[in-house]
Design a protein. Structure first.
Length: 335
């Protein structure tokens, strides 16, 4: 099914922001810690922390903290939707909620203090409501005239058409917006076939869509270059967990090795990466030289490493990103 935006529906133009993030299946993230996760016994946990969650929402929180011009567009309902709304207000992240019929999901993470492992319980979220999805397209088509980037990140709601991100890619093209996509599986492939500005798969996600293990850098580079050759995207930022990230473009490829920082939790590292990358692209606008791309990679590496220091989706702070920036190395790859 393909959904197109209808004209003539009343609604406010979204606030002036260069970057609009979209989250179709957000969550209220609950984080707690316990000594050891076992079955049957009661697990005594620490006082929970609550964070707004979902890919696009996290990206917007990072952009906002780094001083970028951003708004988060998100689909949410019920009491948990209200809670998410309040949390975004208290972080002062500009945002607009598109109401939907069913309650926003919760995400539950338990950090096991004896081992440092994270147990992440991810619920499916409410099914897609076609009217609400249509409103998403309308809201996107009303982004302000100085809007530049749309960042679509996270999973589709259950039952949403797998080509919904592809519909957004078409809309982005017609509105001259640069679409940055952090998605996986068929939704990622469908949108790439339309053509997007940038994709940020993790190695796991790239291996999943290619159906092959990619243990070496030349293999990873070859896949990214194939995506560029197909005109599926202009920038491939492949994140490699502790191995860092590869940035592959028509004008060069670079590897930034992972920073050696204490890892408390990897939750939110990918969102911090995308947030810092797109903030830098926007702040350097209209310069899209290779220097800008390398700078964006540096900031992305620093932000994702900074996010490793905090548990759950607490994400990164600007001061930590700034202090890690000098430690990032970026190496050009030949051939
Ligand atoms: N263990 C680690 N050590 C150092 N840096 C890390 C580590 N894990 C993640 N990072 C940093 O965070 C970035 C994003 O991490 P990763 O590649 O795991 O993506 P992700 O989007 O969080 O993964 P996924 O979506 O598959 O859960 C990496 O490019 C790297 O800079
Ligand atoms: Mg990710």
């Amino acid at each position: 099914m393909s959904i197109t935006a209808r004209d003539g529906i009343s609604g406010m133009m979204l606030c002036m922001a260069h970057i609009t993030t979209l989250t179709l299946n957000p969550s209220v993230d609950v984080l707690t810690t316990t000594a050891q996760v076992t079955d049957t016994d009661k697990l005594r946990c620490s006082t929970p922390q609550y964070h707004p969650g979902g890919g696009g929402i996290n990206v917007a929180r990072v952009v906002h903290r780094l001083g970028g011009s951003v708004q988060a567009l998100w689909l949410g309902g019920g009491i948990t939707g209200d809670q998410l709304n309040d949390m975004l207000n208290s972080e002062a992240v500009p945002h607009q909620r598109i109401p939907c019929a069913h309650a926003t999901r919760m995400g539950f993470s338990v950090h096991e203090t004896q081992t440092g492992r994270d147990f992440r319980f991810v619920m499916p979220g409410p099914s897609a409501d076609p009217a609400a999805l249509n409103q998403v397209l309308q809201a996107l088509s009303r982004t302000a005239p100085d809007s530049r980037y749309w960042v679509v990140s996270g999973s589709l709601p259950p039952n949403a058409p797998q080509d919904f991100y592809a519909d957004i890619a078409k809309l982005a093209q017609s509105r001259h917006q640069k679409l940055v996509l952090d998605a996986s599986g068929p939704a990622l492939m469908a949108a790439m076939r339309v053509g997007v500005h940038m994709v940020k798969p993790s190695l796991r996600e790239m291996e999943e869509v290619t159906g092959t293990a990619l243990p070496t850098m030349p293999q990873r580079l070859a896949v990214a270059r194939e995506w560029l050759a197909q005109s599926w995207c202009e920038l491939v930022a492949l994140s490699l967990g502790p191995e860092g990230a590869l940035l592959v473009t028509h004008r060069g490829a670079w590897h930034a090795p992972g920073l050696r920082v204490p890892v408390r939790s990897t939750i939110g590292a990918g969102d911090a990466f995308v947030g810092a990358f797109v903030t830098t692209l926007d702040q350097r606008h209209p310069d899209n030289s290779t220097d800008t791309w390398q700078l964006a990679l540096r900031h992305a590496m620093a932000a994702s490493a900074a996010a490793l220091a905090s548990l759950g989706t607490a994400l990164c702070q600007a001061s930590d990103v700034a202090s890690l920036l000098e430690t990032v190395q970026v190496m050009a790859l030949e051939g």
